[in-house]
Design a binder for this molecule. Structure first.
Ligand code: F3S
Length: 390
């Protein structure tokens, strides 16, 4: 890989140890994937923030990097393992909280904005068409590439941190025009009514095409909430980081010859597959993190009601603060539902704590089953509130 004079100096350690280590990571990655050079990135989003995933080895790595590392570009974090203020209420142990705070402190020392969310585009980290970025969280990567038209690979935690500390990433994969071209056309032959249907569509397409780039036709309109649900699902079940949706993706793309169809029966079958439980004892909303519109809807649905089952609402702290100003947080909290700001029901250490989780997120179902060993029920938010309050 060709490096500039400045990049060579960075690699030789002339700009400090954290930059040297970062360059080693980026050069190794670039060589594995055949990148010719490094390119500048406008923003970074780092996953691998929960102490539940990092453990002591991850924490030590971050503290080492924080000794002399400082971010060069705007950088935000993925959800942490707990609500950084309200962790006791969510049943998080003191021991875990101490370690989680050390993780956040290490990021803060490096100049990372410690807003912990998988929807950075709701809190000011919103790239534009054609901009190169280095993001980690799979749902956010799908959203950035496909809805915003920015360009990012799906970074791991260390490579995203390396990009933050150098402002650079190797030029390969979705940074290149030829890798962004659709190779399969998906014709959607049914109407999609809500975020659950869009999650089910992501499940069906992801399972059928894996990580191929698709051109999706037949969806006349989709809300931001539906697109975040769809992107999270297609990335989870197929591993793809980019789709082109006709009329929605801002980047120009053409249909591919290979074609598949998705019909109403596929969507119904997917929803059946995503539900394997019935005795719900946990209701989880906000995967990916809730938008302000979703907060408003939750306040409407919960007004004057009391939840009878443990209910968590995952959201970015700035979105919660915005909802607070409108009076929606108070209404939601009066119902007994709990906020899980800065975190979510997948990255928090709640394995085995509940038996059956109800959610409107197809991605949430995948991790509730795989990581937390819960049974699942998938349903739209109106039904979730009915379940929570009965
Ligand atoms: Fe976000 Fe957690 Fe879902 S990180 S996409 S709420 S699994």
């Amino acid at each position: 890989m060709e490096l500039t004079k400045e990049e060579k100096e960075m690699l030789e350690g002339k700009k400090g140890n954290a930059v040297k280590k970062s360059m080693e990571i980026l050069v190794a990655l670039g060589e594995i994937f055949g990148a010719e050079k490094l390119i500048d990135v406008k923003s970074v989003q780092i996953a691998g923030v929960s102490y539940d995933n990092l453990g002591d080895a991850g924490l030590e790595f971050l503290e080492e990097m924080a000794k002399d590392g400082k971010v060069k570009v705007f950088t935000t974090l993925n959800p942490a393992g707990m609500d950084l203020e309200n962790w006791k209420e969510l049943g998080i142990s003191e021991e875990f909280a101490v370690k989680q705070k050390m993780v956040i402190d290490a990021f803060a020392k490096m100049g990372v904005l410690t807003t912990c969310t998988c929807t950075p585009y709701f809190v000011g980290n919103k790239p534009s068409l054609g901009e190169h970025i280095a993001w980690s969280e799979s749902s956010a990567v799908a959203f950035a590439n496909s809805v915003l038209g920015a360009r990012t690979n799906r970074e791991g935690g260390p490579s995203a941190l390396a990009a933050a500390l150098t402002g650079k990433t190797p030029e390969y994969g979705y940074h290149l025009d030829e890798k962004r071209k659709p190779v399969v056309t998906v014709e959607v032959k049914t109407e999609l009514r809500n975020v659950v249907d869009f999650g089910a569509l992501g499940f069906v397409i992801g399972k059928r095409i894996g990580n191929k780039v698709s051109f999706i036709k037949g969806i006349p309109k989709a809300s931001i909430e539906e697109l975040k649900s769809f992107g999270a699902s297609i990335a989870t079940y197929g591993g793809t980081a980019l789709y082109h949706m006709e009329g929605i993706t801002p980047e120009k793309a053409e249909e591919a010859e290979e074609r598949i169809e998705v019909n109403a029966e596929d969507i119904e079958d997917a929803k059946k597959e995503l539900s394997d439980g019935s005795e719900v004892d946990f209701v989880a909303i906000g995967c990916p993190h809730c938008s302000i519109k979703e907060m408003e809807r939750l306040a409407e649905l919960l007004k004057g009601k009391k939840v009878k089952k443990e209910t968590w609402i995952a959201v970015a702290r700035p979105v919660k603060e915005e909802a607070e100003k409108k009076g929606w947080v108070k209404v939601i909290e009066e119902s007994g539902a709990k906020f899980a700001a800065d975190t979510c029901f997948v990255v928090a250490p709640i394995k085995g704590r509940f038996k059956c989780m109800a959610t409107d997120s197809a991605k949430g179902v995948f991790y509730a089953r795989g990581k937390n060993k819960f049974k699942t029920v998938i349903a739209p938010v109106e039904k979730l509130i009915e379940i929570a309050t009965s």
